[in-house]
Design a binder for this molecule. Structure first.
Ligand SMILES: [Zn+2]
Length: 123
């Protein structure tokens, strides 16, 4: 996870949660950590009533439902850089992968693969 987008994401979460205790101080602290250029873009989106950060799910921007290029997703996964959605211009936030609940696997012993033809010699 890229530190910067994590910070912007936290900022957005706080700014959209008006009930969070002590949020004014936290918001000020987070804003101080974000470069002005990034903050400016975020604020422009916010001024239009939009969220500045969008979650990427299944390689799709959840704000505009457009597919995010694989290269951008890979960059996000590596935490190498922050990425903007090419379609809606939001910052893309890739949450840490959550293990989906697995359906109960059918019981299978590791030595279940019997070799019925083992007695046959390979002619
Ligand atoms: Zn988008």
């Amino acid at each position: 996870m890229h530190e910067l987008i994590n910070t912007v994401w936290k900022l957005q979460s706080l700014e959209f949660d008006e009930t969070a205790p002590g949020r004014a101080d936290q918001i000020a602290g987070l804003r101080a950590k974000i470069p002005l250029q990034v903050l400016g873009h975020y604020d422009r989106l916010r001024a239009r009533g939009k969220k500045g950060v969008s979650i990427v799910r299944n390689q799709v921007c959840t704000a505009c439902h457009m597919q995010v290029p694989l290269g951008a997703v890979m960059t996000l996964m590596r935490g190498a850089d922050i990425q903007l959605c090419e379609c809606c211009g939001r910052y893309l936030y890739l949450p840490d992968p959550v293990e989906p609940p697995k359906p109960p696997a059918p019981k299978k012993s590791p030595k279940a693969k019997a070799k019925p033809n083992a007695h046959l010699s390979p002619a």
